[in-house]
Design a protein around this ligand. Structure first.
Ligand code: ARG
Length: 274
């Protein structure tokens, strides 16, 4: 299926992603800011946050950004598996001719930093589209980033996963729950929540099913601070390490509907070997 215009492709992709992880059905979150309940930040302060982009599929206005990602090695970037999917792209990520990672650009309307070609795409073979478990993919860059861009991954058993830990999520995604895509990078402060909160919120619906061994539950008990569409693949950071990747949730920032993140420590072997 060849879409007729880049704008349509973008709209189509986002609608489809929203169908997998429904947004349309729920009311827009009452957001006081951005990402949801966040604030603008710069990649100068967080150089490991990068954008995943295809100008061919998503247009030039926001540099073609459609997902987030995090730099875990000088040529290694981790994002969500669903960001490489046919549902989002209309083809496999490995088939997108102009798939790029954009580093050093806080404002997608500008041309700061650089756009680096993706040399290889490795999607977790165990990614389960029914539950959303294992939502991780590794992009190998054609050129190396400076060592200062690299953020280490939290290991299994890291105290950063303890409920109550303050964490920060980053992205260029929807800031209102109403398809208001940010031009500037934003971050929101959330907390790691007890697995039980997400087990109760997501016992297994069309949205997915919360699985504590491969996912992290984060947000605020009352909602209001969250990731949203377009933030997927971006990092959840605590104690100076990446602990999760934006994966899914019902709506954005709603009370009782926390964000669900890929538990990166559970996929260390896959990431190291990719
Ligand atoms: N699936 C979305 C994306 O592709 C991310 C959704 C995250 N939602 C949330 N409420 N935390 O960008």
């Amino acid at each position: 299926m060849r879409p007729t215009s880049p704008a349509l492709v973008g709209a189509l992709a986002l609608t489809t992603a929203a169908a997998v992880l429904p947004l349309a059905a729920s009311a827009p979150a009452a957001a006081d800011g951005v990402i949801i309940g966040g604030q603008p930040v710069t990649v100068g302060d967080s150089p490991w946050v990068v954008a995943v982009a295809s100008r061919g599929l998503f247009g030039d206005s926001r540099s073609g950004q459609y997902c987030g990602a995090v730099v875990v090695g000088r040529t290694k970037v981790v994002t969500a598996a669903h960001c490489m999917s046919r549902e989002v792209l209309g083809m496999e990520g490995s088939s997108v001719p102009d798939l790029k990672v954009i580093a050093g650009r806080s404002d997608l309307g500008g041309d700061a930093g650089r756009e680096i070609k993706v040399r290889k795409v490795a999607v977790n073979p165990d990614y389960d589209t029914a539950t959303n478990a294992g939502d991780v993919a590794v992009l190998t860059l054609a050129q190396a980033l400076p060592a200062g861009h690299v953020l280490p991954m939290a290991g299994k058993g890291s105290s950063a996963y303890e409920p109550g830990t303050e964490a920060t999520v980053y992205g260029w995604g929807d800031t209102t729950g109403n398809s208001t895509y940010a031009s500037r990078l934003h971050s929101a402060n959330v907390r790691v929540l007890e697995d039980g909160v997400c087990e109760e919120a997501y016992p297994g619906t069309l949205d997915g099913r919360y699985e504590a061994d491969s996912m992290v539950c984060a947000g605020r008990p009352g909602g209001g601070h969250d990731a949203c569409q377009g933030d997927s693949g971006g990092p959840l950071v605590a104690h100076g390490r990446v602990i999760g990747l934006v994966s899914w949730g019902s709506g954005c920032g709603e009370a009782g509907r926390p964000g669900v993140y890929t538990r990166i420590s559970s996929f260390a072997d896959f990431v190291d070997e990719a």
